[in-house]
Design a protein around this ligand. Structure first.
Ligand code: ATP
Ligand code: MG
Length: 375
């Protein structure tokens, strides 16, 4: 039986709630693939930018070792030089599906990483009290302060939305933000279990559906020292598998809904409900966001997978992405080992360098065609 004092004496030897992120270093051929450029171009950019890439001594040669921080810094430099593609206007995307476990969080984390490597500045809002996105970037939502080298979550979206009772606990965006890979990497507004209290609080305020939309608009159009969102091309909101007041507010704030789908009967059934609810959305809010359905967990060798993909194509072909995401055994294995985006830990796996990289590009192409906002 465990006793209090004995347990406390074990401190430091017990496993943490969230494993610490591993230190990632890639060789030049991998770094060039991640940035979608040739090795020579990468070397030239290093010279021109003066960005220092650490070397490790292996035998008699000093080999370049690229960390995520350095890769994101190089991507930011390329962007400043106009060497990467840009969007005509900033966009907000919600990742939504009432079905659980279909890959919403996986996509939020990986797309944000891919886009940032492509030179687009991305902010993820974790709006799910399960806080899986927060965990996957290496933060422990169960602790408020940093403990034992593990970073906690002192503030969340609740500290930015000025609604009772949280208006008394308002914080500037800079205090809330997490930057898991430094200033040039994707930024995160983390979540913890208090997000469920925020969902409740939102129910009783006026204009609840527009609260997040107003927050994002203010940060983009009338920035202040406490809230400046002009630095982001893409704001990506990871949502829980339900319809809460916060989910509704996130959908209202978004130009685009990304809907990952599991390729099974339940996935298709849920999708029918979602598509029907679009009509209600349009009559309530006078507009229709673009819908982008993303087949996930595809397994070519499974007849069921192929059958549901074919049905999807027949019913909703115009909404489906051209790229489908394969089921990959790497994903759960890597996730269990370390809370790091697979786009950073395993960039040469097919699921990353083919599926996720192509999907990130395809969605960007669709975002580039969004009509301008009339406000
Ligand atoms: N293409 C894939 N191949 C293999 N595993 C995957 C793939 N996509 C997602 N997963 C795994 O499936 C599990 C569920 O994914 P994820 O947490 O992203 O789903 P979710 O829709 O966010 O779930 P929830 O509704 O609970 O928020 C995770 O363990 C994730 O790593
Ligand atoms: Mg999730």
């Amino acid at each position: 039986m465990p006793y209090l004092d004995e347990e406390l004496a074990l401190e430091g030897t017990v496993e943490r709630a969230a494993p610490a992120p591993v230190s990632i270093r890639h060789r030049i051929q991998v770094a060039a693939t991640m940035l979608r450029i040739s090795q020579n171009t990468l070397k030239n950019y290093e010279k021109e930018s003066g960005i220092q890439v650490p070397r490790s001594e292996t035998g008699s040669v000093a080999v370049r070792e690229y960390s995520p921080e350095v890769l994101f810094e190089l991507a930011a430099w390329r962007r400043e030089r106009g060497l990467t593609s840009a969007l005509p206007r900033p966009v907000t995307l919600a990742i939504h599906n009432r079905k659980g476990g279909v890959g919403k969080t996986f996509l939020a984390v990986e797309l944000a990483t891919q886009w940032q490597l492509m030179g687009l500045r991305t902010l993820i809002i974790d709006a799910d009290s399960q806080a899986n996105t927060t965990l996957q970037f290496g933060y422990d939502p169960e602790i408020e302060e940093d403990v034992d080298g593990q970073e906690g979550v002192p503030y969340t979206l609740a500290n930015l939305l000025k609604i009772p009772p949280y208006e008394k606990m308002a914080q500037p965006l800079d205090a809330v933000l997490k930057k898991p890979y430094g200033p040039h990497g994707p930024h995160l507004i983390p979540a913890d279990s208090n997000i469920s209290d925020l969902e409740q609080a939102l129910i009783s305020v006026s204009a609840r559906d527009y609260r997040l939309d107003h927050l994002i608009r203010r940060g983009r159009k009338e920035p202040t020292a406490d809230l400046d969102l002009r630095g982001y091309d893409i704001i990506l909101i990871d949502l829980p598998p339900s319809i809460t007041a916060l989910v509704m507010a996130s959908l209202v704030a978004s130009d685009f809904w990304l809907v990952p789908l599991g390729l099974d009967r339940f996935g298709l059934k849920g999708l029918g409900n979602l598509i029907r609810s679009l009509t209600e959305f349009q009559s309530a809010f006078g507009r229709l966001p673009e819908l982008c359905l993303i087949p996930n967990h595809y397994n070519r060798n499974r007849a069921r997978s192929r059958f549901f993909l074919r049905s999807l194509k027949q019913i909703h072909g115009n909404l489906l992405t051209r790229v489908i995401l394969r089921e990959s055994e790497i994903v759960p294995r890597k996730m269990a080992a370390s809370p790091t985006p697979v786009s950073l830990s395993s960039p040469m796996e097919d699921i990353v360098k083919e599926d996720l990289a192509d999907l990130a590009q395809e969605i960007l192409d669709r975002l580039a065609k969004l009509p301008p906002k009339n406000d």
